[in-house]
Structure formats: structure tokens, C-alpha cells
Design a protein around this ligand. Structure first.
Ligand SMILES: Nc1ncnc2c1ncn2[C@@H]1O[C@H](COP(=O)(O)OP(=O)(O)OP(=O)(O)O)[C@@H](O)[C@H]1O
Length: 255
């Protein structure tokens, strides 16, 4: 199936008939089999599916971190497929933000320096009002001069969220952002991400294994064996879990 959006709404990111094949011959793995999916602006979309179903591959292809074998990727009006290295670097710098499971903060920099690093690399200064809003919302005002090893996991992930948000990218891609956090710290990060969508029109695409994390999203897309097999709007942990339990049946129905 395809997971497209209303024709009158603007897609922040779009995969059109995307195939991704790793290796060749007997070692060949088809990670994505003709995925067509659109991600609406100012919406929070989660991607779920069993291990090995292609979630990270889809996200990496959308974000220009990996190339597609066939098909097209768009971020806003930019056609990502076909960009050269220079174009991809600019896309990642100016249009997308990333949040990873492992936080990926630089240990020698303070929280504030980490937050501002992508902007300083791009030679840009943050909008002062927006910077204050981000710092306040993530609750880091009294931790800005701490280094990552002086912060809890939840605080480190909030620094990573602030780093992604401060540049106001077209899309933030989050790969298991709560995978290394306890449920309380995870809930804080998820609430913060959801608020950034609701209150500040950020667009977020998040890969997760966790039905509770997925329930913070506006919409969930389910992958099985490299294909989209289901989609939920306004998910709850129960409806997400129920769909995950039926995923093999849904995948068979697709074939
Ligand atoms: N670099 C690679 N080389 C070869 N095969 C790969 C590579 N990356 C991923 N794959 C394969 O592609 C398929 C999809 O992998 P992917 O990591 O996208 O799945 P996933 O749904 O994100 O899994 P998980 O939930 O375990 O992280 C898997 O069969 C995986 O083994």
C-alpha cells in the first residue's frame, strides 16, 4: 500500500516508489520494495515495524544519508535523489535535523556549544528569541555550561533535541530517540517533540519500536519486509500494539 497525504497539503518529505537493494547475488537484501510515503508538514509521523523491516533504511534514504537503488526522494521542493555530495551536504546542513538513539553529542563541548554547533558550522547565528524558546522548552537553562558527561541521559537527549530544533529544519528525523532512556526521561523527550510540532509547526519523522513512543505521533506508518502494510491516525499504545500483533497477516494480505 501507499501512505500518501491529502493533495491539498504540503509534503515536507516524500518517497516515491523507493527501492533499496544491498549487496548482490546470494548476499542480496531487498530492504525497501517500492515504498511510496508522504510526510505532512507540521505533523509528527512514526515509522514502526519488526526488526529488519526497513525502518532505518527508509529514514536514511529520506534524510539523504543513504542512496536509493530506484525511485525518488523529495525534501520539500528539493529532489534529493541525484544531488551530488555538495548538494547532499547542504541539504543535511540546511534542511534536515537529526536525533539519534546515542545522542551523538561532542564530549568536549558544553551543552550550549553542542546546541549551536550545526549553526556555527553553517556560519549562521540563531534567532535569539527562538533560541530562548528552545532552551526554555527543553528545560536546559541551568545546564547550558555542563558537558555531556555531567548530564543525565534524558538531559543529553534534550540537548540533542535542542540542537536539531534550533536551526528550524524542514524535517527532523529521529531514530529511536528514547531507546536509551528510562520511561520518565523518554516521556519528557517525546512530550517535548510533540509540543514542537503542535506549538511551533516542526515536522518530525521518528523511527521507534515502542508503541507508547509511537502513540505521541499524529500518524504511524507500519513497514513489514520492506513494504508499507498499514497506517494509523491518532494512534494509542493499544491500537499500535494491536497492529503490530497483526503485522504478519497484514504483510501477507499485501503480497
Ligand atoms: N549496509 C547494509 N548492508 C546490507 N544489508 C543491510 C544494510 N543495512 C541494512 N541491511 C538489511 O536491510 C534490511 C532492513 O534493515 P533496517 O536496518 O532498515 O531495518 P530496521 O527495520 O530499521 O531494523 P531494526 O528495527 O532492527 O533496527 C535488513 O534485512 C538488514 O539486514
Amino acid at each position: 500500500m501507499t501512505a500518501t497525504i491529502d493533495q491539498n497539503t504540503q509534503a515536507a518529505a516524500r518517497a516515491s516508489d523507493v527501492w533499496k537493494v544491498y549487496g548482490s547475488g546470494e548476499a542480496q537484501v531487498i530492504a525497501l520494495r517500492g515504498v511510496t510515503a508522504e510526510f505532512e508538514q507540521s505533523r509528527y509521523t512514526a515509522i514502526m515495524g519488526p526488526s529488519g523491516s526497513g525502518k532505518s533504511t527508509l529514514m536514511h534514504c529520506l534524510a539523504g544519508l543513504d542512496s536509493v537503488t530506484r525511485g525518488t526522494i523529495h525534501i520539500g521542493n528539493t529532489t534529493v535523489t541525484g544531488l551530488n555530495d555538495n548538494g547532499l551536504t547542504k541539504l543535511r546542513r540546511d534542511k534536515v535535523g537529526f536525533i539519534f538513539q546515542q545522542f551523538n553529542l561532542l564530549p568536549t563541548l558544553t551543552a550550549e556549544e553542542n546546541i549551536l554547533l550545526p549553526l556555527s558550522i553553517a556560519g549562521r547565528k540563531p534567532d535569539p528569541d527562538w533560541y530562548q524558546t528552545v532552551i526554555k522548552t527543553v528545560g536546559l537553562a541551568d545546564r547550558l555550561h555542563h558537558r555531556p558527561n555531567q548530564l543525565s541521559g534524558g538531559q543529553q537527549q534534550r540537548v540533542a533535541c535542542a540542537r536539531a530544533l534550533v536551526a528550524r529544519p524542514d524535517v527532523i528525523f529521529a531514530d529511536e530517540p528514547t531507546g536509551n532512556l528510562d520511561s520518565r526521561a523518554g516521556a519528557e523527550v517525546l512530550t517535548f517533540l510533540r509540543d514542537s510540532v503542535r506549538n511551533h509547526h516542526q515536522t518530525i519523522v521518528m523511527v521507534t519500536h515502542d508503541p507508547v513512543a509511537a502513540s505521541y505521533a499524529d500518524r504511524v506508518i507500519f513497514l513489514a519486509d520492506g513494504a508499507i502494510v498499514s497506517e494509523l491516525f491518532e494512534p494509542t499504545p493499544e491500537t499500535v500494539l494491536d497492529t503490530m500483533k497483526r503485522i504478519d497477516v497484514l504483510a501477507e494480505a499485501e503480497n
